[in-house]
Structure formats: structure tokens, C-alpha cells
Design a protein around this ligand. Structure first.
Ligand SMILES: NC(=O)c1ccc[n+]([C@@H]2O[C@H](COP(=O)([O-])OP(=O)(O)OC[C@H]3O[C@@H](n4cnc5c(N)ncnc54)[C@H](OP(=O)(O)O)[C@@H]3O)[C@@H](O)[C@H]2O)c1
Length: 291
């Protein structure tokens, strides 16, 4: 079974990635800033899903921390898996015909003290700023750029090179339907993620490694509250669940697809946004709270 590294693992979409990957028998390396929440999630994943979990605390706005995570992606050679987890050595393949193999070179149980190569990198960590660009602190804007653009670039570089050398693996980047709108720097970051992933996917063609971007619409997580966005009056049908977003993202990876927008509502919204005159899109976006 392949090991997956998930950033932003402690909440919302990232946590759901962990549970669905663990249910599919993937071991995990989980990354976020808060060590306590990482440890708590790791304990639950080990107990409930019986997979091996490495905890890798990192602030992805910090270049030193990003370099540490990149080193883990480039190895074998990083932090060892605790003894307590060595007993879990299931072997159930999760490959669909023609799609990416998420399997890594998992050795025999006796070799498990060596950190497993990462077969799937999920660049998921991100946050909304909740303020207009000129009203926001420039340092906060720079942190957002570092987490949602710079870290995605650095980790994809390390992950894709290591996977290409092994001849298999997958990169999954979390974008947003906001990439189609002109909603401030958040949209710009997610437009970068989409364009970058498309380019990476082409570059990786024929190597056995794939790159996929998932573009969710509004999804019920901690994201909006953390950004101070007031969306309590939005109707329930507008919201996707993390479960739906993650299952469609992982299905796209297994099929080797480059792009996926989960749920029919947001596929339609995305198509309309691309067809509509930009002046109309901007007029609508003016009425929406800042992301
Ligand atoms: N929810 C939506 O409506 C929606 C829609 C489209 C796209 N997305 C995208 O989906 C992704 C996940 O968002 P979510 O909705 O699941 O939000 P969430 O529930 O707020 O989770 C965000 C995760 O990112 C981590 N994180 C934040 N800043 C970090 C940093 N500097 N370094 C490392 N980790 C960091 C958080 O953990 P710590 O705080 O412990 O670091 C947390 O695990 C983001 O890329 C977001 O842009 C969300």
C-alpha cells in the first residue's frame, strides 16, 4: 500500500482525506501547524483504521518548515515510523485500470522502520483571508501566498521528482471554483494552483506519475469561520460536504484525470462562470463576502 502525505490534515477537507485514505488502507504522513491536533488525529486513525501514521508538524508559511516536509517527500531517509505502528502491514491495492498507482515501494514488514516513500501527495492546506486586499495586512497576504502557492510549488517539486524516479505516484492539489472569479488574492492563488497542476500533469505524461487539481465549491468546514466570513444565511443546498469533495477527488486521481470539480452544482457554476462576460462575473462577485 502507498503512503499518502496530506497537508492541512487536522480539519475539514484534509481530515476527510485522511479518513478516506485510511479506509482504503493507505498509511499516512499528516501535516499541519498544531501538534496536539495532529497527535489526536493520528491516535484515532491508528485505533480506528489500523494504518501507520507519521505526525509532521509544519507551518507551511515558513520556508524552513516547507523544506523539512519536502525532505520527507524526497526520501526514504526521514523520521522513522514509531515501533508501535510496525505491526500494521496490510496490502490491498487501490489502482483502477489506466489510472495512477498510489502504491509505493513498501518493503517487507521487517523493513518498516525505514520511512516509506510517499505515493500520494495531497497539497490541501489553505485558508481564506476574509478581507479585501487593500484592507488586509500585507504580512497576512504574504503568508497566504506562501501556504497556497509557494508551499504547493516546493512540495510538488520534491514529491513529483521522487515519484518520477520510482516510476509511479500521484500529486493532488486542492484548488477552488474561486479560480474562475476575480475574488481577490485567494482567487489568484487558486488560479495559479489550477494552471500549475495542468502544466505539471503534461510534464509528467508517460512517467507513471499523475497530477490532479480538485476545485471544490462552498464546502462545510472550519474554513469560513476561520476567515471571519458570515455565511449563515446561505441556503443548505449550496453547500457540498467534505465527504463528497474528497471521494470525487480520489476517484479522479485513481482514473488519472487532471481536473475535477465535485458536485453537479459547482460543475454548472464553473461552466457558466467561464462562459459569462467577465463584467457580469465581477458584478456578481462584488456582492459576495471576501474570501
Ligand atoms: N471550505 C470550502 O468552502 C473550500 C472551497 C474551495 C476550496 N477550499 C480549499 O480546501 C482546502 C482545505 O480547506 P478547508 O475548507 O478544509 O479548511 P479548514 O477546515 O479551515 O482546514 C484548513 C487546514 O489547513 C491547515 N493550515 C492552515 N494554515 C496552515 C499553515 N500555515 N501551515 C500548515 N497547515 C495550515 C489547518 O491546520 P492548522 O491550523 O493546525 O495549521 C487545517 O488543517 C484549502 O486549500 C481551501 O482553500 C475550501
Amino acid at each position: 500500500m502507498g503512503t499518502a502525505l496530506v497537508t492541512g490534515a487536522t480539519s475539514g477537507i484534509g481530515e476527510e482525506f485522511c479518513w478516506q485514505l485510511a479506509a482504503a488502507r493507505h498509511d499516512l504522513v499528516i501535516v499541519a501547524r498544531t501538534q496536539e491536533r495532529l497527535e489526536e488525529l493520528a491516535t484515532r486513525l491508528r485505533q480506528v483504521a489500523a494504518v501507520r501514521v507519521e505526525v509532521l508538524p509544519a507551518d507551511l508559511s515558513d520556508p524552513g518548515d516547507v523544506a523539512r516536509v519536502a525532505r520527507r517527500l524526497s526520501q526514504p531517509g526521514g523520521p522513522a515510523i514509531p515501533d508501535v505502528d510496525r505491526r500494521f502491514a496490510g496490502d490491498v491495492p487501490v489502482r483502477e485500470e489506466g489510472g495512477a498507482s498510489l502504491e509505493a515501494d513498501r518493503g517487507p514488514a521487517s523493513a518498516l522502520a525505514t520511512p516509506a516513500p510517499i505515493g500520494l501527495l495531497v497539497n490541501n492546506a489553505g485558508f481564506g483571508l476574509g478581507r479585501a486586499f487593500l484592507e488586509d495586512d500585507l504580512a497576512a497576504e504574504e503568508r497566504a501566498l506562501d501556504v497556497m502557492v509557494r508551499a504547493v510549488m516546493v512540495l510538488s517539486h520534491a514529491g513529483a521528482r521522487a515519484m518520477r524516479a520510482r516510476g509511479h505516484g500521484a500529486i493532488l492539489n486542492v484548488g477552488s471554483v474561486a479560480a474562475d472569479t476575480g475574488m481577490g488574492t485567494y482567487s489568484a492563488h487558486k488560479a495559479w494552483v489550477r494552471a500549475f497542476t495542468e502544466g505539471l500533469s503534461e510534464e509528467l505524461r508517460g512517467t507513471g506519475v499523475t497530477a490532479t487539481v480538485v476545485s471544490p465549491g462552498l464546502t462545510r468546514t472550519h474554513f469560513h469561520e476561520a476567515a471571519g466570513m458570515e455565511l449563515s444565511s446561505t441556503p443548505g443546498w449550496i453547500w457540498a460536504t467534505p465527504d463528497r469533495v474528497v471521494s470525487s477527488a480520489l476517484q479522479a486521481v485513481r482514473r488519472g484525470r487532471t481536473q475535477v470539480t465535485p458536485t453537479p452544482l459547482y460543475r454548472a457554476t464553473s461552466a457558466l462562470t467561464r462562459l459569462a462576460p467577465r463584467s457580469l462575473v465581477r458584478a456578481i462577485v462584488r456582492r459576495v463576502p471576501h474570501t
